[in-house]
Design a protein around this ligand. Sequence first.
Ligand SMILES: NC(=O)c1ccc[n+]([C@@H]2O[C@H](COP(=O)([O-])OP(=O)(O)OC[C@H]3O[C@@H](n4cnc5c(N)ncnc54)[C@H](OP(=O)(O)O)[C@@H]3O)[C@@H](O)[C@H]2O)c1
Length: 243
Amino acid sequence: MKRLARVALIGYGKMGRLLEQLAPGHGFEVALRLAGADNPGGAAITAESFLGINRGIDVAIDFSTAAAVPVNAERIAALGIPLVVGTTGWGDRLSAVREAVERHGGGLLYGANFSVGVQVFYRLAATAAGLLAEEDAYEAWAYEIHHSKKKDAPSGTLLQIKKVMEEAGYTRPIDVASNRAGSIPGTHQIGFDSEADTITLEHRARSRAGFAHGALRAARWMIGRQGFYEFSQVWEEIVRERT
Ligand SMILES: NC(=O)c1ccc[n+]([C@@H]2O[C@H](COP(=O)([O-])OP(=O)(O)OC[C@H]3O[C@@H](n4cnc5c(N)ncnc54)[C@H](OP(=O)(O)O)[C@@H]3O)[C@@H](O)[C@H]2O)c1
């Protein structure tokens, strides 16, 4: 019988627990879980705990906190285990993380948002922004609201939406705003307004399940892989595999 792939969960909060529930449906056995208290300064990421005889981890998934990502990523890369990072808020450390992963010949895939709907939304936002790039009568905004426990603002997803709009040629200002309240799993909106009319595009996550399924698909794709990837760049290839 084919053995289940073995995954380590780094971060065992809301997302870590949901990944654990959904992992078997993606052909994974959760072989290791690290909560914050287990892993100060990345101390639990060792050859003994990840590569030992009873562990044999194929891939790791990090949904922890921004401050923990650089050290977690470097230690995992040094062990030769591919890593999926869903944690947001570490964009200022991206090039340092990339350099460390590449120095160790490791594999890392990161994404501010693993939901299929948001991948589609990035493309809709880019198309709208490109079409209105030369239409000076329109001014743009980008807005997000999340639950009150979310630590980073604006969300990594909103920053990515703004980036794809700019890359599509929209060079005028995009007014950005964030709110934090209640239990909202994540709503993102962009809009364009002129004297004549208003266009709004909105994505509402209904639960965290879409993020978790996407992260688990990404983890399947990363098994045995090296290199540094952003989820939206490889999303089409990952969803084609339909794990
Ligand atoms: N990419 C996506 O699709 C997506 C979707 C949802 C969320 N996110 C992001 O994912 C991250 C986690 O979200 P969440 O809702 O699961 O947050 P959460 O419920 O606060 O869980 C984070 C967990 O990480 C633990 N942690 C802190 N430092 C750690 C370390 N060094 N090693 C291992 N674990 C550590 C925390 O433990 P302590 O409580 O003990 O500190 C906590 O249990 C956030 O950055 C969020 O923005 C991304």
